[in-house]
Write a protein that binds this ligand. Structure first.
Ligand code: ADP
Ligand code: MG
Length: 395
């Protein structure tokens, strides 16, 4: 993979695919980690006299222009972090983008509007995506792929544009890949993988990969209930992916066959109503009442998980242990974050919400070896999949 040092960028229009997909509360950015992580590559290019055009997506507007998902506040924040003016184009490949790019002088930075306002960006139709990629690549002379959080997507800006322009990987993508390589190539043992969060079906694939790598798999969060169900327990109104129960049973069998220890919650915090001030009741994980839902791991599970992390030499963590956004249900996530921060070895936190959680709970980035900007991307890498955005950056 070429790096930006291999490109002669001075005076050239460089299209940078960044991952600026930050969590928003209205127009307020609640965690700017991905913007911060994108700054070094953009700053380096600008300092070298490139005319930098940043493209990125925000949320899931599904091909519609959704003013609430405009990248404008993100461009403003990027400007603050860069300490230089950032121009903003109010469309992706329209008149505003053309004018904005044409007006750039050496060292300028512009951000295009949310890529996903254009349905073709994520189209499954190669021709449709390709036609859009032509337009996006059109005004640019070089391409830098730095949006690690999107490299697992076969999207126009990630996959099709670099095939049309001389390209290089940005510093963030290189750093992320280096850490993932260390996680998959003779990691120090015991190697503990902690999984949680909501989207079990998105994460099932990684479990297969992890069973070949890790010594121990610790599972909490919303996905934990499907595991409890697979073990024959009722989970009340907790998050459950009923169509995945069989698959999970298969993974539990495989884990046993491969000698990977699977650690599940032994108690859970439950509520009758999904709200922060609901009365919380801790129950054993095999006795969740039918009318309650689990929103966090319980105190005995916190201790259990802490113990399972105490001797770890390598840790990968993706997915909060509970609904950490509501303070009363953040204790499990906090305990796991604390235990991982105390591990003497390589510790990696991956996932948008997981990264947001550790920062929101007051942990410094330095408490962990690496906070990945990509959840799905790191998971698919660990699964052993070929990531389209990395493939496209190979020479
Ligand atoms: P990441 O972005 O780090 O990959 P996910 O998106 O998979 O993580 O999951 C994060 C979400 O999971 C959070 O919004 C959190 O509230 C939710 N979550 C965690 N535990 C539960 C639970 N027990 N019930 C419902 N939602 C949960
Ligand atoms: Mg998420």
């Amino acid at each position: 993979m070429k790096t930006i040092d291999d490109l002669d960028v001075a005076g050239r229009r460089v299209l940078v695919r960044s991952d600026l997909n930050v969590p928003l509360d209205g127009t307020r950015i609640t965690d700017d980690g991905r913007i911060r992580a994108s700054v070094p590559t953009i700053a380096t290019l600008a300092e070298r006299g490139a005319r930098v055009v940043v493209c990125a997506h925000l949320g899931r507007p599904k091909g519609q222009v959704r003013p609430g998902l405009s990248l404008r506040p993100v461009a403003t924040r990027l400007g603050e972090l860069l300490g230089r003016e950032v121009r903003f184009a109010s469309d992706v490949v329209g008149a505003s983008a053309a004018d904005t790019v044409a007006a750039l002088v050496d060292g300028d930075v512009a951000v295009l509007e949310n890529l996903r306002f254009e349905a073709a960006e994520t189209s499954k139709d190669d021709a449709e995506r390709g036609a859009f990629a032509e337009k996006l690549a059109g005004p640019a002379e070089l391409y830098v792929g730095d949006g690690f959080g999107a490299v697992h997507r076969r999207h126009a800006s990630v996959y099709d544009v670099p095939r049309r322009l001389p390209h290089a990987a940005g510093g963030l993508v290189l750093a992320e890949v280096e850490v993932l390589r260390r996680l998959t190539t003779s990691p120090k043992r015991p190697y503990v993988v902690v999984l949680g969060g909501a989207k079990l079906s998105d994460k099932l694939g990684v479990i297969a990969g992890v069973l070949d790598l890790a010594d121990r798999l610790v599972i909490g969060g919303g996905m934990g209930y499907t595991f409890l169900k697979a073990q024959g327990h009722e989970v009340g109104r907790s998050l459950l992916e009923a169509d995945q129960v069989e698959a999970v049973r298969g993974y539990l069998d495989t884990a046993e066959a491969k000698g990977v220890e699977v650690v599940l919650p032994v108690d859970v915090v439950t509520v009758a109503e999904f709200k922060a001030d609901a009365e919380a009741v801790v129950v054993a994980s095999d006795a969740i009442p039918a009318d309650r839902e689990g929103v966090d791991i319980g105190p005995r599970t916190r201790e259990l998980f802490e113990g399972k992390l105490a001797d770890a030499a390598t840790v990968f963590w993706n997915g909060p242990m509970g609904v950490f956004e509501m303070a009363p249900f953040a204790a499990g996530t906090k305990a796991v974050a604390q235990a991982i921060s105390e591990v003497d070895g390589l510790t990696v936190v991956g996932g948008g919400d997981s990264a947001a959680a550790v920062r929101q709970l007051g942990f410094a980035d330095e408490a962990f070896g690496h906070i990945s900007t990509g959840g799905g991307a790191s998971l698919e890498y660990l699964e052993g999949k070929t990531l389209p955005g990395l493939e496209a950056l190979e020479d």
